[in-house]
Ligand binder design. Structure first.
Ligand code: AMP
Length: 209
């Protein structure tokens, strides 16, 4: 199996697909968003910053990546939400070279804006493990109401999952992350998938890896 970079606008379902690849195929998920939210529990400034929907610095992200990737030797991993800028992509390639790992494939999940808003407004997450559920999609509901399937925690809304902050996150995505689509296309690493539902998306990714 190949390592995976998941590239997608906010709320396209990166975390949900990563969860399937984790539980069915033994992938390790590395979500910089989850790591940052965990750090924000004891860092007030970061907590406030994440509410704005703006990207944190490339330097901060690369420090997280460096630390986490060093623990993943010989494991297949999914980068969920990183790289998010061309600079991060270049630095990640250098890091992967240093660590002797292959960056693998890039999966671009294409979802229309209207659907992204629908997903954001119905998303609930586990504050502990970051697993994501939907209030409206029957495929994505927790087994027990408002409770995480994996750690029994009460599910919450993410502070940046509002319509207003979503617009900022989408603007950041368009300006800084979307250029990565061309970047990876030119390198012949990109597969585009119309991410209509999690199972179909998972099956399409399986064909690539
Ligand atoms: P996510 O959970 O991927 O939606 O990320 C939540 C927030 O964490 C984003 O809105 C950014 O503020 C920050 N973040 C996560 N990953 C990155 C990244 N690779 N580069 C910059 N900021 C990031």
């Amino acid at each position: 199996m190949k390592n995976i970079i998941l590239l997608a606008p906010p709320a396209a379902g990166k975390g949900t697909v990563a969860e399937l690849l984790k539980s069915r195929d033994g992938y390790v998920q590395l979500s910089t968003g989850n790591v940052l939210r965990e750090m924000a529990q004891t860092d007030k400034q970061l907590n406030e910053y994440l509410k704005t929907g703006k990207l944190v610095s490339d330097q901060m992200i690369m420090e997280i990546l460096k630390q986490k990737l060093a623990t993943l030797k010989d494991k297949n991993y999914i980068l969920d939400g990183v790289p998010r800028t061309v600079n991060q992509a270049v630095l990640y390639e250098e890091l992967a070279d240093e660590l002797g790992t292959d960056i693998g494939v890039v999966i671009y999940l294409n979802v229309p804006k209207k659907e992204l808003i629908r997903r954001i407004e119905s998303r609930i997450v586990c504050p502990s493990c970051g697993a994501s559920y939907s209030l409206i999609n029957p495929e994505l509901q927790p087994k027990k109401e408002n409770t995480c399937d994996y750690c029994d925690n009460e599910l919450i809304r993410r502070k940046d999952d509002t319509k207003e902050v979503f617009e900022e996150r989408l603007a950041e995505y368009k300006a800084k992350t979307a250029p990565l689509i061309q970047y990876y296309k030119y390198r012949n690493l990109l597969t585009e998938i119309k991410a209509n539902n999690p199972e179909e998306t998972y099956q399409l990714i399986k064909k690539v890896i």
